[in-house]
Design a protein around this ligand. Structure first.
Ligand SMILES: *Cc1c(COP(=O)(O)O)cnc(C)c1O
Length: 386
């Protein structure tokens, strides 16, 4: 049997163990400590310390948490989302974008994607807002756009619509660490933004996430909710419902080490994408998803995705997936849209057919930073031999 080629494996940079050892040696084996502080600072520097930051970004602070899902949940809490509210969410995404809306007793309103970036369609977004206002007499409380597979959404247009109705944006940047829109890092556009460091993301802390907050004061509030909402008192005093969402100092040690290889890993993922584009060029009916031209969009290409037109190709997406599996290569259909998920079948949906079609014909290919060019050639050969 040939060696297994995985979709997206974590890869350690080399210094992770050093920071973990330091945590043990200094007895910081708790959900706070020097690694947590240093990791937050490194993330903040990475996101906004590039000299291109706008004035409105200067106050932003990063709070390290136990998961990206926790970051999205706290973002909604800090935006005041509660029972009976509606929150607009991109339908074409992983369930973790939408679940925290339900945690708050609010209703997700799903909006379909546009063709260019596969992310939230700004035209449909406005239609949804208008229709919700007409039907419920109230505006949605927040908007959650996603940068799917690392591709930045149409942020200018989305933010323009959100701004016109004065609805805050909570950016789901879980897959987009290192991606840029108009020279500015994804995760700095929304009032809040969520990052993920799950095992298969751009960098990992074995499991973890972070919330990018607009100010020091808001970051303190996030921290308050993430550490059981303990009021200032010598005893344990509680006036709000709290959560146990803080990142541990051990996990943050891994994250600190990963920051040294972040740029390298993003560069390699982009290289892998370009190699797929080159090698699949001319294969009939198979298209590699590419960022819109013109330089505004700079994807980290977390995962390289293809679409298969069965008429033109003579085979289907599922034929490709099974053939790859037969060669011990992992691949995966694109995210199944949330409006098609049984758990969200009652939720309102504003659609145009894009995400349903992409779910039918799309496939994620192996894209981890440690894949060799030969691995990519092996993947492509299986597709070409169909
Ligand atoms: C991974 C992911 C999340 C959740 O992050 P976790 O750290 O796994 O909780 C949220 N949204 C999207 C789009 C993701 O891919």
């Amino acid at each position: 049997m040939k060696n297994r080629i995985w979709l997206s494996l974590a890869h350690m940079g080399g210094r992770e163990q050093e920071f973990i050892q330091e945590a043990f040696d200094t007895n910081w084996v708790v959900p706070l400590g020097p690694n947590v502080n240093a990791f937050e600072k490194a993330l903040r520097d990475f996101l906004i310390g590039n000299g291109k930051l706008k004035v409105e970004n200067e106050g932003k602070q990063v709070v390290a948490l136990s998961a990206g899902t926790a970051a999205l949940h706290l973002g909604l809490i800090l935006l005041g989302v509660g029972e009976g509210d509606e929150v607009i969410c991109q339908s074409f995404t992983f369930s973790a974008s939408a679940n925290p809306i339900a945690y708050q007793g609010a209703t997700p309103v799903f909006v379909d994607s546009e063709e260019d970036t596969w992310n939230m369609d700004p035209v449909l977004l406005e239609e949804a807002i208008k229709d919700r206002l007409e039907k419920t007499g109230r505006l949605p409380k927040a908007i959650i756009p996603v940068h799917l597979y690392g591709m930045p959404g149409k942020l200018d247009e989305i933010l323009e619509v959100a701004g016109r109705y004065n609805i805050p944006v909570l950016e789901d940047s879980a897959e987009a660490l290192g991606s840029e829109y108009k020279g500015r890092k994804c995760g700095t556009f929304g009032v809040y933004a969520a990052l993920s460091f799950n095992g298969n993301k751009i960098i990992t802390t074995s499991g973890g996430g972070a919330l990018v907050c607009p100010s020091e004061e808001r970051a303190k509030r996030a921290l308050f909710y993430a550490t059981q909402a303990r009021e200032q008192a010598p005893h344990y005093q509680h006036e709000k419902i709290g959560y146990n969402y803080r990142m541990s100092n051990i996990c943050a040690g891994i994250g600190r080490g990963q920051m040294f290889v972040l740029e390298e890993h993003v560069a390699r993922r982009r290289e892998i994408h370009d190699l797929y584009v080159k090698l699949l060029d001319g294969v009939k009916g198979v298209k590699v998803m590419c960022q819109p031209e013109g330089g505004d969009f700079n994807s980290n290409y977390w995962l390289t995705c293809i679409t298969v037109d069965p008429e033109e190709a003579g085979f289907t997406r599922e034929d490709v997936r099974l053939a790859l599996d037969g060669d011990n290569i992992e691949s995966r259909p694109l995210w199944k849209p949330m409006h098609l998920q049984p758990v969200f079948k009652e939720a309102p949906f504003y659609g145009n057919g894009t995400s349903e079609r992409l779910f039918e014909i799309g496939l994620c290919l192996p894209s981890g930073p440690m894949l060799t060019d030969q691995d990519i050639e092996r993947v492509v050969k299986v597709i070409c031999d169909l």
